[in-house]
Write a protein that binds this ligand. Structure first.
Ligand code: UD1
Ligand code: CA
Length: 463
């Protein structure tokens, strides 16, 4: 059977009051539309997925282009029915068409296949996915021919509900299956005589029933899956659901999340068993954390890979970096992009790293900036060390060999090479390469003036 999935994503999202198109707003760290595409891709190949774009089409396409789906341009957005009319040319050769909404993001692949299978089994012209959430206000309602019949009479939009229909509990999810032939035979009959003067896809139910076609409904197992996101508040409600779901998935794999409701964990994050995530942690993007780690409160980790047995203390900010097994980070460490922290290394409080490789077992425990540098193994970087990587125009690299000891408050002016096993005296400004095993002193020699202080005090007390 030839089956296409059409995703409606052309609307403006007026109720969102946002400059950006609704379907590229993110929940769980991913645009709404990408959630829908990711579920659809589990059911059909991306070449059979047609996304209808209209409002801010270029930005919407750019946000999901890499998925390999096709796009249909809806130049003017004249309603959900008009959106499907626009897609007719692209999809009329398919036998069956599943229609999804770009702003209904929690839909699971299983529910899509249940809808498809029920639609085929019922030999229906149109099958509507429905739900009965605690508050149906705002949604179109599905009117069945009889309460326990699968057959539908019509879909009635919220604004067209008669007083005695206000309590109809079953909502239209805006997710449907259609047989292509009757859909396109009758889609020209849609009219705009409604509250918004638009072509409503919902009217296809009544039109097909009048044409003696079979229209049925199937209720989603979990109403949360079909909730739409028209306002920021609704979107954040779905965001919360999604993140709790992610937390539950991780906990089922043996991760301890102390207060799941306070953590912000993006959908694609992976965490190994026996790792503990403390309250108010954010794990974002494509972050992967190994086993037996602990991420303490207020740390934010984005697009980073953390190996096993790592301790991230409170308040660390880590982005686009890698941390090897057994390392100890923080508290209050800023690990900026392309940092590669070696096995068992310690990077402590108020240390900032960027484009740096820190070797096995090396330590930078306090108040340090390490940028554009390669640091060997077993190195000790004293408090207050700075790699001076920037001359105002270009960035330069610092290379520090194995077993080097850098005394506190040293400035290493790049480009510079510090040889294996060398020592840098505290307070040095190093501008020349240091040979292996040498001691480098780069500071003025101290002079002590005997009795100077005593003499001065004696002078001032006389005056
Ligand atoms: C729609 C349904 C309503 C249902 C609800 C479920 C209609 C008339 N109403 O209402 O019965 O309960 O969804 O969430 O269909 N879109 C286009 N082109 C357009 C207009 C919309 O692509 O010209 C897209 C939007 O980007 C959106 C989807 O279609 O992703 C739904 O449109 P929206 O305006 O949000 O419909 P609702 O008012 O929520
Ligand atoms: Ca909607």
């Amino acid at each position: 059977m030839r089956l296409a999935i059409v995703i409606m994503a052309g609307g403006k999202g007026t109720r969102l009051k946002s400059k950006r198109a609704k379907v590229i707003h993110e929940i769980g760290g991913k645009p709404l539309l990408r959630h829908v595409i990711d579920s659809a891709r589990q059911v059909v190949p991306p070449s059979d997925i047609y996304v209808i774009v209209g409002h801010q089409a270029a930005a919407v396409e750019a946000a999901v282009k890499d998925t390999g789906v096709r796009f249909v341009q809806q130049e003017e957005q004249r309603g959900t029915g008009h959106a499907i009319q626009t897609a007719q040319q692209a999809v009329e050769e398919y036998e069956q068409i599943l229609v999804l909404a770009g702003d209904v993001p929690l839909l699971k692949p299983d529910t899509i296949t249940r809808l498809r299978d029920f639609h085929i089994e019922q030999r229906a012209a149109m099958t509507i996915l429905t739900a009965a959430p605690p508050d149906p206000t705002g949604y179109g309602r599905v009117l069945r021919k009889k309460p326990d019949s699968p057959e539908v009479q019509a879909i009635i939009e919220q604004k067209a509900l008669k007083p005695d229909q206000q309590r109809l509990p079953e909502i239209n999810s805006s997710i449907y299956a259609f047989r292509a032939e009757p859909l396109f035979a009758h889609i020209g009959e849609l009219k705009t005589d409604n509250a918004h003067g638009e072509y409503y896809l919902t009217d296809m139910a009544g039109i097909l029933v009048s044409a003696s076609e079979r229209v049925v409904a199937i209720e989603a197992a979990n109403p949360v899956e079909v909730l739409g996101a028209n306002t920021i508040a609704e979107m954040m409600e779905l965001d919360r659901e999604l993140r709790l779901d992610t937390a539950r998935r991780l906990m089922a794999k043996g991760v301890t999340i102390l207060r799941p409701d306070t953590t912000v964990i993006d959908t694609n994050v992976e965490v190994g068993p026996a790792t503990v995530i403390e309250p108010f942690v954010q794990l974002l993007g494509e972050t992967k954390i190994g086993e037996d780690c602990r991420v303490r409160s207020y740390s934010v980790i984005e697009n980073s890979t953390i190996a096993d047995g790592v301790l991230i203390r409170q308040g660390c900010v880590i982005g686009n970096s890698r941390i090897a097994a057994g390392a100890l980070i923080g508290p209050f460490t800023h690990v900026r992009p392309e940092s590669d922290i070696g096995e068992g290394a310690h990077v402590g409080n108020f240390v900032e790293t960027k484009k740096v490789k820190v070797g096995k077992g090396s330590k930078a425990n306090h108040l340090t900036y390490l940028g554009d540098a390669e640091i060997g193994s077993g190195v000790n970087i004293g408090a207050g060390t700075i790699t001076c990587n920037y001359d105002g125009v270009n960035k330069h690299r610092t290379l520090i060999g194995d077993g080097v000891f850098v005394g506190s408050d040293s400035t290493l002016v790049a480009p510079i090479v510090i040889g294996d096993g060398s020592y840098i005296a505290a307070g040095s400004t190093i501008t020349e390469d240091v040979p292996p095993k040498a001691l480098a002193l780069g500071r003025a020699r101290q002079t002590n003036k005997t009795d100077w202080a005593m003499t001065r005090r004696a002078k001032t007390s006389k005056a």
